[in-house]
Design a protein around this ligand. Sequence first.
Ligand code: ATR
Length: 278
Amino acid sequence: MEFKLGLIGYPVQHSLSPFIHQKFMENTSIQGSYQLFETEPHQLEKRLEELKRADISGFNVTVPHKQAIMSYLDEVDSDAYRIGAVNTVVNDKGRLKGYNTDGIGYVRSLAEAYPNVFQQEKKALILGAGGAARGIYRALVKQGIQGISIANRTKSKAEGLLDLQDLHTETEILSFSEAEAALDNFDLIVQTTSVGMSPNHDEQVISLNKVKPHTVVSDIVYKPLNTKLLREAANLGAKTHHGHTMLLYQAQYAFEIWTGAHPQMESLVEQLEQRLRG
Ligand code: ATR
């Protein structure tokens, strides 16, 4: 079988997904292609019809369509529905089903590097409360982390994450300064805002002065590869976890949903790092 895969979003021309999925295909001997479908918001519905006619097997969804696409799908997986965003769609003979692999991909990438972080008594701090934070919050809760704090510039948006709590967990909402003051309480800090992303790579959302050496500091930003926050974490002796690994593992999860094949990741992490370093 030949898998026709791709990505819809706007803009998409600099996406790393074709590179990643091409490597997955080589790695699993799956035959197929991964194309970019640049799609402006007003073109979304027409694009979906085109993709169905072209018999696409599945596709990824990125900015600005992750929420909007949900109303055009025939079915949305329950986690994606609760998160409120879809990044992966399967086309089953014209029936489109949406999933969200961002949070689960994040948890997989973290589990590869730091499996101990998921023990029940561990405490996590999530910085940010946007779409990415929602997926990560839900995945961390499902993974069994009980104590989670969320800090966001706009407090009401952080409170909005609490409705993802059909699962039992203790969650508190903090300001950035409260989070900074309590930093030594956390075993995991996940930075999900766009702060620190190129071209504003000299910014960070909080200072890590009080971080403990056993704490894992994780930044989902992957451009630059080493954000200011991660450089500070390394200087303070904390453990670090980089955004490009989440990018790879959310893609791996999507590839598995489409093809049933499980790509190996070892050499890919390094290849992606090299590509991002340019
Ligand atoms: P994504 O889907 O990548 O999570 P998003 O839903 O637009 O993107 O969310 C962006 C996140 O980055 C939000 O938490 C946002 O904070 P607000 O809810 O207060 O808007 C955060 N963010 C963006 N720019 C920021 C800045 N300059 N300082 C602090 N937080 C910022």
